[in-house]
Design a protein around this ligand. Structure first.
Ligand code: F6R
Length: 236
């Protein structure tokens, strides 16, 4: 595991965008696993800039997002599909048909979970998976529990995650209580993993990187992955 400490959010974002952009340059039709949340916004901004500067070409890139809330449609500004369009896909030359987010408003969520998992594997797996981390150590929406879920599945969100995410909603009661997420097994199958985190996550990142490997700290499983880079910024 490589750990890079940066002073600022901007520096963290620039390095993350450099790694993701490097992946696109090395393999133009790569499969990027993407995350939403506050942590990757700066990196997405930098990727857009590299596209505008003519450095990056996304025309052949395929993307699969980690997760999506259940019950929000794609036009809802709080949906992760909306977030991805808004922060990245609408601003680069990616083919939207090649961008994938689990369908959180599918009639049959169990069926959607099976479909999304096999779809990811049908792409040949994920070349580079970008992750943020929750204060409780969650990755994707894999909350602390007593096992490491293997595949895409639906989850009940914990109070801690609902509270953390409510900052983005008008009212706390608007935050969905269920989500669909890649499993720990899905994430661990990615060839490379890049985790980015701000200073408020320093304690949980330390636990995840150096503590016991346990599903009570889902991100601790990353210690078992052969190619993980963690970028931790000292300032918000
Ligand atoms: C988002 C995701 C979550 C976030 C995590 C950190 O797609 O899967 O695991 O990465 O909750 O969120 P931020 O970056 O907002 O602190």
């Amino acid at each position: 595991m490589r750990i890079i400490k940066t002073k600022t959010y901007e520096e963290m974002s620039a390095i993350a965008a450099g790694i993701i952009g490097g992946q696109v340059l090395l393999k133009p039709n790569c499969v990027l696993g993407l995350a939403t949340g506050s942590s990757p916004i700066g990196a997405y901004k930098d990727l857009v800039k590299s596209y505008e500067d003519g450095i990056l070409d996304f025309s052949e890139v395929r993307t699969v997002n980690l997760d999506e809330y259940c019950g929000l449609d794609d036009t809802n500004p709080n949906s992760y599909r909306y977030f991805m369009n808004d922060h990245l896909f609408d601003h680069v030359n990616i083919d939207k048909a090649n961008t994938h987010v689990p369908n959180g408003h599918a009639d049959d969520l169990e069926e959607e979970a099976v479909r999304y998992e096999s779809f990811i594997q049908s792409l040949g797996g994920i070349d580079l998976q970008l992750l943020g981390i929750g204060h409780n150590g969650h990755i994707g929406f894999n909350e602390p529990t007593d096992n490491f879920p293997a595949t895409v599945h639906t989850v009940q969100l914990t109070e801690s995650t609902i509270n953390a995410n409510s900052r983005l909603f008008e009212r706390r009661e608007d935050v969905p209580t269920q989500a669909i997420t890649m499993g720990i097994g899905t994430i661990m199958k990615a060839k490379k993993i890049l985790l980015i985190a701000g200073p408020d996550k320093a304690e949980i990142v330390e636990k995840a990187c150096f503590g016991k490997v346990t599903p009570e700290v889902p991100a601790s499983v990353l210690q078992l992955h052969p190619d993980v880079t963690v970028i931790l910024s000292a300032e918000k």
